[in-house]
Design a protein. Structure first.
Ligand code: GLY
Length: 402
């Protein structure tokens, strides 16, 4: 064969390959939303009339939880995100129905999980509909949450259980609940919520991080003096290991704190946390972490898809802020999205979008199963990518209006 023919053939193959990749990138979010639509429809049908919301799957049966469970807001959250993505009223009706299952939680002061529960259900509902009854519930929820703040410690107390083990436990996950407090100040004008959230975030920066920006899961404080008593784990491999979802919460949490405050201290923190995750020698090539960054045997330990979805969604937000590694973060987020979409989907007969998450390995609970919060952050990731890609199109589009 002539050299010129070979060169033309190579070029042609290259063009076909590039156009297939482009098509893949363009259709990945629409395919994911279409799959999500099918799975969530199956779930809502199965749950018809239920006062409990779904959390995970056990032996192919849905595991339902009462509103007090920290995961109860994610299912209505998924339904709200589907409404946002499609504008179809059926999603709004279903989302509103499952959101109301959580109404009593606004007065539940026995938990720090208020943000997880109320922001994704009532918060998304208010953002997308402007319904003032949702706003009232959210403000009451924030009021209830700050009753758990101890000014001496400078943090919101996470758990009330195991008082024989921890005097005043604060877990890294708790950062995620601060978003509700930032929201409450913006919508009430009362600075108290914002101040508490900022104080908690600063105190967590001080005590939850090692020099390499990995996290301790639980910091146990002395409630009278505010001194740190000890640092441990509850869902990780060891006190000195780095639990993958905890690290994911930290990345998402500080990215959100920067969004809400504009304080670059939080942005720098998020960049350092991203650096720890993305450069870790135990992070697999497909960027879906093992359930703990310090596992010893990669051949037997499960991945945690929920951590990957949280990291991916956080990176899609972080890449839009003034950071040195913006394009790297965006590229990594795209890779996570592609890998989850191609290799970690739940089985056809499933109600969930993704599988292979880990709730708590040390308790042998929800290991390598679908879990609703993985689906929530996966959907959020898809929406964030769609907005980001569209913003690019707008930036390069001719300025028709001028
Ligand atoms: N407490 C939230 C989690 O398990 O990640």
């Amino acid at each position: 064969m002539k050299k010129s023919t070979i060169a033309w053939m190579t070029l042609l193959i290259g063009l076909v390959w590039i156009s297939a990749c482009d098509k893949d990138a363009a259709t990945i979010t629409t395919d994911n939303l279409s799959l999500a639509g099918k799975r969530l429809t199956a779930m809502t049908r199965e749950l018809h009339g239920s006062r409990d919301n779904p959390r995970s799957l056990k032996m192919d049966e849905l595991v339902l939880v009462k509103s007090r469970d920290w995961t109860s807001g994610f299912f209505p959250g998924c339904l709200w995100l589907m409404y946002e993505a499609t504008g179809a009223s059926v999603w709004k009706e279903q989302a509103a129905k499952f959101t109301l299952n959580l109404e009593a939680e606004q007065h539940n002061g026995s938990t720090h999980d208020m943000g997880f529960k109320m922001l994704y259900s009532f918060g998304n509902g208010y953002r997308l509909t402007g319904d003032s009854s949702y706003k009232a519930v959210l403000l009451q929820s924030a009021k209830t949450l700050i009753t758990r703040f101890n000014p001496k410690v400078g943090c919101i107390r996470s758990w009330d259980h195991h008082q024989e083990v921890w005097q005043y436990p604060v877990i890294i996950d708790n950062l995620m609940n601060l978003e509700l407090l930032f929201w409450a100040t913006r919508h009430s004008g009362d600075p108290v919520y914002h101040d508490i959230a900022r104080t908690h975030a600063l105190q967590t920066m001080k005590h939850h991080f090692r020099k390499d920006y990995s996290t301790w899961h639980v910091v146990n404080y002395d409630s009278t003096t505010g001194a740190v008593i000890n640092k441990q784990t509850h869902q990780g491999l060891a006190d000195e290991s780095c639990w993958a979802r905890g690290q994911a919460w930290a990345l998402y949490g500080y990215t959100m704190c920067y969004r809400e405050t504009g304080d670059t201290l939080f942005l720098r923190q998020a960049e350092k946390i991203a650096g720890f995750i993305l450069n870790h020698p135990n992070l697999p090539d497909d960027l879906v972490p093992y359930w703990d960054f310090d596992i010893a045997d990669k051949s037997t330990e499960p991945r945690d898809v929920s951590a990957a979805a949280i990291i991916g969604s956080a990176l899609f937000e972080l890449c839009q802020f003034p950071v040195d590694n913006s394009s790297l973060y965006r590229m990594k987020a795209n890779q996570i999205l592609e890998n989850l979409s191609h290799h970690y989907l739940a089985k056809e007969a499933n109600y969930f979008i993704l599988s292979h998450s880990v709730g708590s390995k040390p308790s042998d609970s929800e290991v390598d199963v679908p879990i609703i919060y993985a689906d929530y952050y996966f959907l959020e990731m898809n929406l964030r990518k769609m907005r980001l890609d569209k913003a690019d199109v707008n930036l390069t589009a001719p300025a028709e209006d001028k």
